[in-house]
Design a protein around this ligand. Structure first.
Ligand code: IFM
Length: 991
């Protein structure tokens, strides 16, 4: 993935100048020639046909209708404006012919006449800038639609002033479309060896500005010689000047640098194609909206692509051939449980394209350039590919797509095919058929779909064990073609662009009893006229979201980009359905089979609480929805109350595999987390309380929260064993998963005590606040008047390990007696996966997979003496290999609060770039949303030290001193009890 360094780079490769009106004062000559042309032509129409037309205005008509366009386009615009219909003719028409091309030829003759008679004046300020640019080693090009470009340059004495020229004759010879198409600018940049993103376009006409903008040029400068400023800005000029004397080389460089920073910080780009990294790119470019997620696979998937659609809640029985958390891990079926694996469904953006029978795709050698961009601001993934078939037969394909945030069942896609220098037959197949359905999507059995309206592609499946139905309805059209169809065959001419649009409607039987009907109705309700509106509605949702979730770090574009990448994935992973929560890899990949872990409450939830609390509530309601499953689980352990599943899907049953099998050797490794990692239960209680404190959402606490707090507290009282005056919790796995069957894990016990105490608080609140509702709930759950006292006593008696004489909290009983393991630095952040295979051995070592005791300081920053935090950090940090993506963010937060700036920054960067740089090597199977949540928390609660009071959030007194070294400033906003609070910290100026 293209990584932008935070080192400010404001250099640029080239400046491309328009000619007329920018370099030469030929606009007047053109305006006069156009006026003469139409004066004569309108007079002729009056004489011959009795028509009366408004005369051509050399100021307004010139700017609005002809300026900057190829000549024949200008003629067409004026004729259309005056309602005159003329035959097109062709470029060989003589100037006397009443055709579009005839008039264009007449205009040309008039212009040349003027040119010869009046000569050409040059804008001195432009010439000075050109000279200055060249003196600074910047390449300079000229791009004009005029076929007389060379003649104008010669007449002006400017022939030697440019390093490259593309004029109307060049464009015709190469078959390039005219402005506002960016093709002529691309060609000039290519001739100069300049990257468009590092080049400046200078234009005085709206179509030229638009071309610069569309082509993704680094900076577009508009020159307004009078009355055109608004149009230039509207069409995409980054800056408008009245004369180029207003800018110099360094200002251009500065503006380009600033623009690049702000643009790049909102996008993730991938240039070219690297088969070794493609699965990772597919994960990073996932589009999602909480209801569904689609991996960022190319529209024409390659044979090995992991082209998956995931729909939240669509689970099926485990398929033993599909991997678990890593590609080399397989797991057995989990009995008859029908919801053990999130179903990878067929890719809904699939299409196949041929030109003159040649398939266009990355297989074979036709693809020449490939550039993909995930636009984080708009939630849109786009791609540009240039193909060469035959000898120099060029076709450019641009696509974009999105998963609507406004209508969660709707996917939008557009594909534009531009025949650059040839005519040919374009075939597009939008059928969603998967060639190897059984192997790729073994959970799905195709079902017939009857009575399908013509022109739609309908796919209907049923999952094998859970019996859920999934329906996809694809509807495609050729813009201007006026019909829907699945397969298209169109004869296209040189320079033509065919634009296809598609909507895909996705429904499952989880949405209602008749998903096929729902999907068909939804598809048919879409109107092509409202396609742009549908995109705008999606973008508007993202805009709202960014108003709450964006974090700005001025001057640090790479950091901003990565933070936005995190907020993008966190936000698009969750929505409003309380039957689902967010899995360990969200809806972006197959790892962990879509299971929900403690990741949701402990790592992701705070981000949502303070940006979209409605989403946080939904995630917590999922735990209420699965409470019965948690009750059954507690019973199966011989306990009371509710114990949440370590890995959860639909009903709350635990779906953690009991063993994993290595695909290579077949060796089996036991997994203890499912039976022993019970701290997840207190993690849910912690999430509930944190949400309550931040929102004071009484309805939630009364209707859902209190019940969960009671049932989880009951679990702890029955799970802990009384030994004398103390209660102990034995036989657990703590957050550090290298040690199983341990006793009194400090984190687990501390969390359990928190859970018990908050249950007491919640009951007291409800009794006082909603006595009737409390009576009903207490009756239903059989809570006696004494029971809260039992929880208080249990909290008091529970053995919660504290700091020893050196200030270190022991991770669990006996940890300090384990064998030391000198951890080689090469194994830090790159824990060998094989370590897990040595499960007996690692149980004997002082070696941690991830933060365990440090989790306590992360979640309860003010609950421990600073000396204990520092001593424990010093003890555990060197013993941790960070084999989990959750670990670096926690270390960053704790180190930041301790003022260990170097450690804090190092860990934070690990966490921040974990997916963007595929630091763990496993982003191929999905991104890591818990790591993203940890990164956010490390910034907000670690570096900034945000704490809350009734007055709202405030940063720590010393936040400015804790900021990462090269930061000037950071600004964000946090929601707290219904209000949004802006927070900012400037170095040396804390607020
Ligand atoms: O929940 C985590 C766990 O802490 C470490 N292994 C991966 C799980 C899912 O992210």
């Amino acid at each position: 993935m293209e990584q932008h360094d935070d080192m400010h780079d404001s250099g640029f490769d080239a400046v491309l100048f328009d000619l007329d009106g920018v370099v030469t004062r030929t606009a007047e000559l053109h305006a006069t020639a156009w006026t003469e042309l139409f004066d004569g032509f309108f007079e002729q129409r009056r004489r011959e046909l009795g028509e009366s037309h408004r005369p051509f205005d050399p100021a307004t008509d010139y700017l609005a209708l002809v300026d900057g366009k190829p000549r024949y386009e200008g003629v067409r615009s004026v004729l259309a404006d005056r309602g005159i219909d003329l035959p097109e003719g062709d470029p060989t028409d003589d100037p006397g012919r009443a055709s579009v091309h005839g008039l264009a030829a007449r205009k040309d003759a008039l212009f040349v006449e003027r040119l010869r008679e009046d000569g050409v004046q040059v804008f001195a300020s432009t010439l000075a800038l050109i000279r200055d640019l060249r003196a600074h080693g910047v390449k300079v090009g000229v791009v004009t639609s005029s076929r007389n470009g060379r003649e104008v340059l010669r007449a002006a004495g400017l022939e030697g002033c440019f390093d490259a020229r593309v004029d109307g004759l060049d464009a015709a010879a190469l078959g390039l479309a005219g402005k506002p198409d960016p093709a002529p600018f691309f060609e000039c940049a290519r001739r100069l060896g300049a990257a468009p993103a590092r080049s400046v376009v200078v234009e005085d006409a709206a179509p030229g500005v638009m071309a610069g903008r569309r082509g993704g040029f680094g900076l577009v400068v508009g020159v307004d010689r009078g009355g055109n400023r608004e149009a230039l800005v509207r069409n995409g000029a980054d800056a408008v000047v009245a004369d180029l004397g207003e800018v110099d080389v360094s200002q251009l460089a500065e503006r380009l640098g600033a623009k690049r920073e702000s643009v790049l910080a909102w996008r993730v780009e991938q240039e070219g194609f690297d088969p070794a990294r493609e699965h990772e790119v597919e994960s990073l470019f996932t589009l999602a909206n909480g209801y569904l997620g689609v991996r960022g696979t190319l529209e024409a998937p390659l044979p090995g692509s992991r082209a998956d659609l995931f729909v939240a809640g669509l689970y099926d029985r485990k398929h033993p051939d599909l991997p678990y958390s890593e590609t080399e891990f397989l797991t057995e079926e989990r009995g008859d449980y029908p919801y053990s694996e999130l179903v990878p469904a067929p890719f809904p953006f699939r299409l196949a394209l041929t030109v003159d029978g040649e398939p266009l795709g990355l297989v074979g050698s036709h693809a020449r350039e490939l550039r993909r961009v995930l636009d984080l601001r708009r939630g849109v993934l786009s791609a540009q590919i240039r193909y060469e078939t035959g000898t120099d037969v060029r076709t450019r394909v641009r696509t974009w797509r999105c998963a609507s945030l406004d209508d969660l069942h709707l996917l939008l896609q557009e594909v534009a095919i531009h025949l650059e220098n040839h005519s040919g037959t374009v075939e597009l197949d939008t059928a969603l058929a998967v060639p190897d359905l059984e192997a790729r999507h073994p959970h799905l059995v195709p079902l017939p779909a009857d009575d399908v309206p013509p022109g739609l592609d309908v796919r209907r499946f049923r999952t094998t064990a859970s019996g859920l139905e999934l329906c996809l309805v694809s509807r495609a059209t050729l813009v201007g073609g006026g019909r829907n169809d699945v397969r298209w065959r169109v004869a296209a001419t040189i320079g033509q662009t065919l634009t296809f649009r598609r909507t895909v409607s996705v429904f499952t039987s989880r949405d209602g009893a008749a998903p096929l009907e729902a999907a068909l109705d939804h598809a048919l309700a879409q109107s092509w006229d409202r396609f742009d509106d549908a995109l705008a509605a999606h973008v508007a949702r993202w805009k709202d979201l960014w108003e709450r979730a964006d974090i700005s770090v001025p001057g640090r574009p790479a950091t901003e980009q990565a933070l936005r990448f995190h907020a993008y994935h966190l936000s698009s992973a969750a929505d409003h359905d309380p039957r689902v929560s967010v899995g360990a890899r969200a809806l972006s990949g197959r790892a962990y089979e879509g299971h929900v872990f403690w990741d949701a409450e402990i790592f992701m939830l705070p981000f949502h609480i303070h940006t979209r609390p409605g989403v946080a509530r939904t995630m917590l309601r999922y735990r209420h929805h699965t409470l019965d499953g948690a009750r059954r689980r507690a019973r199966s352990m011989g306990c009371r109350g509710a114990c949440y599943a370590w890995e959860s899907t639909v009903t709350g049953a635990d779906v953690t595999p009991r063993t994993i099998r290595l695909a290579t050797t077949g060796a089996e490794i036991p997994i203890f987390t499912g039976t022993q990692q019970i701290h997840v239960t207190a993690g849910v209680a912690h999430g509930i309380w944190r949400y309550w404190e931040a929102t004071r959402d009484e309805a939630f606490l009364r209707d859902h929260g209190v019940e969960m707090l009671i049932e989880t507290a009951r679990f702890w009282t029955s799970r802990a064993s009384r030994e004398g005056p103390r209660l102990h919790i034995r036989g657990v796995v703590g957050p550090d998963e290298y040690h199983h069957s341990v006793d009194d894990n400090a984190y687990t016990n501390h969390m359990a005590r928190f859970n018990l105490e908050r249950a007491v608080d919640a009951v007291a609140w409800m009794e006082a606040r909603s006595p009737e509702a409390w009576e009903a709930l207490a009756g239903r759950l059989g809570v006696s008047a004494d029971e809260p006292h039992e929880w208080t006593e249990a909290a008091r008696d529970l053995h919660v390990p504290g700091p020893n004489a050196e200030g270190v909290i022991e991770q669990f009983e006996g940890f300090f007696d384990l064998e030391e393991y000198p951890l080689p630095s090469r194994e830090r952040f790159k824990a060998p996966v094989s370590r897990l295979f040595d499960w007996k051995r690692i149980n004997e070592l002082q070696l941690l997979k991830q933060a365990d005791v440090l989790m306590l300081f992360y979640l309860f920053p003010d609950a421990f003496p600073r000396e204990a935090v520092a001593a424990s950090y010093r003890y555990y940090e060197p013993r941790t290999d960070h084999g989990s993506s959750l670990s670096p963010g926690v270390h960053a937060a704790v180190a930041a609060r301790l003022g260990l700036r170097e450690d804090a920054e190092r860990y934070w960067r690990e966490s921040l770039f974990l997916d963007l740089s595929n630091r763990m090597g496993n982003s191929t199977l999905g991104v890591h949303p818990a790591c993203m949540g940890a990164t956010w928390q490390a910034l907000v609660f670690g570096f900034l030290g945000v704490h809350f009071s009734d007055d709202g959030p405030a940063v720590a007194q010393d936040a400015a001193a804790r900021l990462p070294e090269r930061w000037r400033e950071v600004a964000l906003q946090l929601l707290w009890r219904g209000r949004s609070y802006p927070l900012s910290v400037e170095r040396r100026k804390p607020r």
